[in-house]
Design a protein around this ligand. Structure first.
Ligand SMILES: Nc1ncnc2c1ncn2[C@@H]1O[C@H](COP(=O)(O)OP(=O)(O)O)[C@@H](O)[C@H]1O
Ligand SMILES: [Mg+2]
Length: 245
């Protein structure tokens, strides 16, 4: 028993709190079941790694600022026949994140854009990517303020750091020119470095109005956002004058 107490203390000193907590029970079970030493050790260590993974996922999920939690399993394609199942399955592989490609979800309110974005975000977290969720008007207000206070560069780092940035509800509110410029800076800076999922109820033709600047909107669509073969488009109804693949 002295050895057990010593082992527990060592586990604690090594920061293996979960293993330390379950040690006595596992020792007893192991001797009762006459478990091989290797089995006992593997079992004890897997308890620790499982606890760590759970803690890691919980922290990452909290840091991601998701407004609610939804999974892909909870998405019912029968309610949403206009969404291509294969496209969603392709997105679920998260290849777009390894390619640092962007994803655009376009469609009217209530069709599941936020749901899908969150579900992909949770999957990305499980896969080990940093994720950050923000609503477009909050993001742009934040960037606008930072720009006005000459600290845009520092503020941008928050939105540049995660492998996946979800920008939801783009185009719901009109933005001013400063916000539009800051937004362009952000999207350009992330270009080919990290993915954006951008959800909007506005068709591409309305982006100029949403950003209060048709030149910025056109530039945004032309290069950093809508760069062609890599960008995934998921539309729940045809957006004007565009194809999606
Ligand atoms: N196809 C679907 N299957 C299951 N739940 C759905 C589906 N589409 C929407 N929902 C649910 O309806 C609500 C509204 O969806 P949401 O993702 O917020 O829509 P949007 O962002 O397009 O306005 C959410 O609670 C979401 O989980
Ligand atoms: Mg939404």
């Amino acid at each position: 028993m002295i050895a057990a107490a010593q082992a527990r203390q060592s586990l604690e000193q090594l920061g293996l709190a979960e293993a330390a907590a379950v040690l006595d029970g596992r020792l007893e079970a192991a001797s009762q079941k006459q478990l091989p030493y290797a089995d006992f050790l593997a079992d004890l260590l897997s308890t620790e790694t499982a606890a760590r993974r759970e803690r890691y996922l919980r922290t990452r999920t909290r840091l991601a600022h998701l407004p609610f939690q939804r999974t892909l399993d909870q998405f019912d394609f029968r309610f949403q026949p206009s969404i291509d199942k294969r496209q969603v399955r392709d997105l679920a592989t998260l290849t777009f994140i390894s390619e640092a490609a962007n994803v655009l979800f376009l469609g009217p309110p209530g069709v599941g854009k936020t749901h899908l974005a969150i579900a992909l975000g949770l999957r990305a977290i499980e896969q080990g990517s940093g994720v950050y969720f923000v609503r477009a008007h909050e993001l742009l207000e934040d960037l606008r303020r930072a720009q006005a206070e000459h600290r845009l560069e520092r503020r941008l780092r928050i939105y540049l750091a995660p492998k996946l940035l979800v920008i939801d509800e783009f185009g719901v509110w009109p933005y001013d020119r400063m916000a539009a410029t800051a937004f362009f800076t952000l999207v350009s800076a992330r270009y080919e470095r990290g993915s954006i999922i951008l959800a909007s109820n506005k068709g591409f033709g309305e982006w100029g109005e949403a950003l209060g600047d048709s030149v910025i909107a056109a530039a945004l669509l032309d290069r950093p956002l809508d760069v062609g073969p890599k960008t995934r488009h998921l539309a729940t109804r045809p957006a004007p004058r565009r194809r999606w693949s």
